[in-house]
Design a protein around this ligand. Structure first.
Ligand SMILES: Cc1cc2nc3c(=O)[nH]c(=O)nc-3n(C[C@H](O)[C@H](O)[C@H](O)COP(=O)(O)O)c2cc1C
Length: 331
């Protein structure tokens, strides 16, 4: 048996495969199954900025009511039961998850605008999260907002959230950032301890029967791993001290292995677990272990990053040379 331990965001993990955000990490039964299958950590379903803002709005409406009606102004404010509204549900679930499993539990917040919702990241951290993952998901449609403006907005969110929490912060990004190498450095300066690459975007779909737009969830395929592999290979060489997690397309132990070889600290998986069940994570670890035994690797740490851009004979393979080779070889 190889040693599968790894470090991620300064946390010591027993294995390098993380169950990323999905309904599986939001229910007791599947959470326990993931932990007993050997997940290195779990990321709980995201608390969305919109949920936090809805709670703020509910509270401020109540205040306004008091202002508007003089007869209520001197009366004590009624207490509101927030347990049915998003944030409290997330905080309660986080506390429960921490009682249920003894692996690191990472809370997730999902937002795209700077705002007071960042304090919910602090509440999750205060409730016992071992780290916070910030998912910067936005479709940037403002014609007056340049890509530099978008990056500045993202950096401001990172700074705000990291300033609020005492635990490590990972930032989950989409691959639609123009200058990712530069952004990675600036994200680190703004307080990110790690990057999670890459978030999946769900595009628009047209239902031709009802002539309406529909939002349909599709699971990933292993092919999608190629984008995280490229960028983790490049960023590992540039930023040795930044934690890197691969997400999108990790379906097997060998997929996780590829991510580790190019320099990921951990590989995150969701679609494979949703389609094959939480127990698939144990099969992934077995596959990783078997490969390592067959190739005489004693530990994950020994192989991590051995194929990053810093360690392959031609780092250009990660960039344009690979593109030229693929295109010209198919002519
Ligand atoms: C049903 C479902 C729910 C998800 N919920 C979240 C979420 O709440 N927050 C988040 O950051 N990502 C969420 N994701 C994205 C996953 O965490 C993961 O990053 C993505 O599915 C890519 O990984 P995969 O190829 O292993 O599926 C969700 C994905 C699925 C399929």
């Amino acid at each position: 048996m190889a040693d599968l331990k790894t470090s991620y965001l300064g946390l010591e993990l027993g294995s390098p495969i993380i169950a990323s955000c999905s309904p599986l990490t939001g229910r007791e039964e599947s959470l326990l199954q993931l932990a007993s299958a050997g997940a290195g950590a779990v990321v709980l379903p995201s608390l969305f900025q919109e949920e936090a803002e809805a709670e703020e709005l509910a509270a401020s409406d109540l205040m306004d009511t008091g202002d508007d009606f003089a007869e209520f102004a001197s009366a004590p404010l009624p207490t509101i039961d927030f347990s049915e509204i998003g944030p409290s549900r997330h905080i309660d679930w986080l506390r429960r998850a921490k009682q249920l499993v003894d692996i690191p539990v990472i809370a997730s917040v999902n937002g795209s605008r700077v705002g007071d919702w960042a304090r919910y990241a602090q509440m999750l951290a205060d409730a016992g999260a071992d780290a916070v993952e910030l998912n910067l998901f936005s479709v940037n449609t403002d014609p007056d907002e340049s890509s530099a403006d978008v990056e500045a907005r993202y950096l401001q969110i990172i700074e705000t959230v990291s300033g609020r929490i005492q635990v490590p912060l990972a930032v989950k990004l989409s691959q639609h950032i123009t200058g990712l190498s530069s952004f990675a450095g600036r994200a680190q300066q703004a307080g990110a301890d790690g990057l999670v690459l890459f978030n999946r975007f769900y595009g628009a779909e047209v239902d031709l029967d009802s002539l309406s737009l529909e939002s349909r969830l599709s699971l990933s395929t292993p092919d999608e791993l190629r984008f995280p592999l490229r960028w983790i290979g490049i960023l590992r060489a540039q930023r040795p001290d930044l934690s890197l997690a691969a997400t999108s397309g990790v379906h097997s132990g060998l997929d996780a292995l590829k991510a580790l070889l190019v320099g990921a600290d951990v590989a995150c998986t969701t679609s494979a677990l949703l389609s094959r069940g939480p127990g698939h994570l144990a099969a992934m670890l077995r596959e990783l272990n078997t490969w390592m035994d067959e190739h005489d690797y004693e530990s994950v740490r020994q192989l991590q990053g051995s194929m990053s851009a810093a360690n392959v004979p031609d780092p250009g393979e990660f960039e344009r040379a690979q593109y030229m080779k693929v295109i010209t070889s198919s002519l």
